[in-house]
Every structure is written in C-alpha cells, then in structure tokens.
Ligand binder design. Structure first.
Ligand SMILES: Cc1cc2nc3c(=O)[nH]c(=O)nc-3n(C[C@H](O)[C@H](O)[C@H](O)COP(=O)(O)O)c2cc1C
Length: 367
C-alpha cells in the first residue's frame, strides 16, 4: 500500500508524489511532460529559454497528448548589477583563443548578449495565464509586488524554488502555495536568489527538514533523488513530494542531445561539479573539458545570462558535432543511477520501489 498522497496533491489531481523537474534547454519535451503526468506524476515543462510564441506552442502540444495536470516553469528575470561590458569583451577574447581558429570563433564575435527585459517576461506570463496552465513554478528569484497574487487569481497553483530556509520563508511570505527545496546535490542551475556564501550550500537531507520546520506550505524536495529509497527518505523528512530531474534525463522522451545522454551513461566515474563556466550562474553538471578549462583560469565570468549567450555558439556546435567535452552536461550527483527507459515506466518503477521500501520499513518496525 502506498503512503496516502498529500491532500494538496490530490486536489491538483496528481496520484503520485513524483514531479519530473522542468529541464529547460531541451530535455523536458512536451512528450516527457505528458508521459509523466499520464503515469500519475506531475510533468513540468521548462520554458525558461522559450519566446512567448514557443511557450504557447509547447503548452498546446502537451495538451494534445495529455488531459492530466502538468506544470510550467519560468525563470524570474534578474536585475543587471554593475557594468559587465569589460568582462564580456575579455571573455569573448578568452573563448576565441580556447576554440583556436575554429569556425565557431566568428560566431562568438557576433554574440551581442542582452539581459531579458521585464516586458519579455510579462509577455511570456500572459501566454501562460491565457493558456490556463494548472501549475506554475519559478526559479532564480522571488517575484516582486502582486505578481504571485495575480498568478493565483488566474487559477494557477504557484511554487517557488529555494536553496536555503531563508529563501523558503521569503517565498511563503510572498504568497507561494508550495516551495521547492533544492539541495546542493541537484543537477542544473541553482535557484538561489538571496546572497549565501559558497561554503554554506546545503544538501537535500539537511535542507528539507529545516524548510519543513520553518514554513507552513507544502515542501517539494529536489536534489540527488534517484529512486524509491530517496523518495521515501524525503517523505520521511516531511516533504509532500519530490522533484527529480536527472532521473528523467535518459528517458526515451527526454530531448537531451544523444552525446549528452551517452556521456551520462559512459562517464559514470567523472563526477559532477558546481560551475559558473557555461552560464555565469552556478549550476551542477558532469565535469568536462570546457568546465575545467574555464574553472582553471582566474577569469572574470560575466553574470547570467550574458555568459550563457557567449558560450552558446560553442555549445550549439558541440551538440551538432556530438562533442560532449564542450557541452553543458547538467546532471545531479546521483547521475550514475540514471537509466534509459520510457518516462511512464520510470514513474511506475519509482512507485513500486517506494512501496517495497515502505514494506521493508514496516517489517523492520514489526520485528
Ligand atoms: C538538465 C537540467 C535542466 C534543469 N532545468 C531547470 C529549469 O529549467 N528550471 C528549474 O526550475 N530547474 C531546473 N533544473 C533543476 C531541477 O528543477 C531540480 O532542482 C534538479 O533536477 C533536482 O536534482 P536532480 O537532478 O539530482 O534530480 C534542471 C535540472 C537539470 C538536470
């Protein structure tokens, strides 16, 4: 017998406490979202890099292939801090030298990175509201003013991402319905928005109970959760559900490029690192040549999303040439446990594993 699903999830129409993390930039295709939601979990579309038109098309595609509830995830635009022009020029020079004479050097020269404007974000949010999306999550910030209240009024269940108890409390105060507690182990970008020193980053096991104790809204655990054992552990820590990204990276429906998927399977001993090298914002991925080259130098890395734009030609070319040493291979610390399978099967396997772990715990308790 499965642990009763949190009533809050039942109200949303979600049968299992398993969310497939939004994975913007390719992995979270509408097909992946729909497969997870159809299997009783909650699929999440990551639209952080999409235009309003692309966002609408992706949401409509999800709706064509599932009637189940699903979520959409956005990036809160950040305010530019200081003048990054010098760092941008210096980084362009360094990147050109690193690619050393390759055709991609000219593309790096042509990049004119810009910060997303509030207008672009508002246009994307108008589409999401207009499309009557049931669940909205966001990362990289805490929206100001009455934004969350307006999104809730539009009928959406709204969740924000926190990497510390302080951020979780700020999101609760701002009106979120639930909070995603993202631990240090997590793959992809950290959702941090309050200053925290890099030596204090908190792992999922320590973060989740602290957040549960300090907020009264449901908490979703994220980071390093790869199987039923991890899910049951997070439920025991007080989470209402888990959000798993890396576990779904190798799903048949995942849009991660083939070279990325092969690296996740073949480079099991390389480990991951937190790096700003690809995007200017801390993110966890499998170590590779590009990450190590940038991190070795004492470079002034332009802030997100400027560095993301500067490295895009290298990443795009690398994906086309199937060169995983130059791609951003976002993955959590648990990536050696990822397996290629249809996404619906992953959800079913996770549910079976949870049931098995819980029956073992009950047996141990009865002895
Ligand atoms: C490839 C990849 C892309 C991600 N993209 C997003 C995103 O667009 N929005 C977001 O809120 N989180 C994103 N994340 C982070 C996840 O929401 C989640 O915190 C993380 O996957 C949990 O850790 P795990 O990968 O160990 O399961 C991404 C993670 C990965 C691995």
């Amino acid at each position: 017998m499965t642990r009763p699903v949190h009533t809050w999830l039942q109200d949303l129409g979600v049968r299992h406490p398993i969310f497939a993390a939004p994975m913007a930039g390719g992995p979270s295709t509408p097909e992946l979202v729909a497969a997870v939601s159809n299997a009783g979990g909650l699929g999440f579309l990551g639209v952080g890099y999409l235009s309003p038109e692309e966002t609408r098309a992706a949401i409509r595609r999800v709706r064509q292939i599932t009637h189940a509830p699903f979520g959409v995830n956005v990036f809160i635009p950040e305010k530019p801090q200081g003048d990054a022009r010098h760092a941008v020029q210096a980084m362009k020079r360094w990147l050109r030298e690193w690619v050393d004479g390759q055709a991609v050097a000219a593309e790096i020269d042509d990049v004119n990175p810009h910060l997303p404007t509030i207008n672009e974000f508002d246009a994307q949010m108008s589409v999401i509201i207009d499309e009557r999306v049931p669940v909205l999550s966001f990362t990289f910030g805490c929206p100001e003013g009455d934004a969350i209240a307006r999104w809730k009024q539009a009928g959406m269940c709204v969740m924000g991402t926190a990497t510390s108890p302080e951020e979780a409390m700020a999101l609760e105060r701002a009106g979120c319905d639930a909070v995603i507690a993202q631990g240090y182990e997590a793959g992809g970008h950290r959702g941090s928005f309050l200053p925290i020193d890099e030596t204090r980053l908190i792992g999922t096991m320590a973060l989740v109970p602290q957040v549960v104790d300090r907020v009264s809204i449901p908490v979703i655990a994220a980071g390093g959760i790869m199987d039923g054992r991890g899910i049951v552990a997070c439920l025991a820590l007080g989470a209402a559900a888990v959000q798993m990204g890396t576990r779904f990276l190798l799903a048949d429906e995942s849009g991660a490029p083939p070279a990325y998927k092969r690296a996740v399977m073949a480079w099991r001993d390389r480990g991951t690192a937190l790096t700003r090298s690809f995007s200017g914002k801390h993110a966890r991925g499998i170590r590779n040549a590009f990450m190590e080259a940038v991190d070795r130098e004492d470079l002034d890395i332009p802030p997100y999303p400027l560095q993301n734009a500067l490295t895009q030609p290298i990443r795009r070319r690398a994906a086309a040439e199937e060169d995983a040493e130059r791609m951003s291979l976002w993955a959590g610390q648990g990536y050696p446990m990822a397996k290629p399978m249809p996404a619906g099967e992953i959800v079913r396997e996770l549910v079976q594993q949870m049931e098995h772990v819980m029956s073992l715990l009950r047996e141990a308790d009865a002895r």
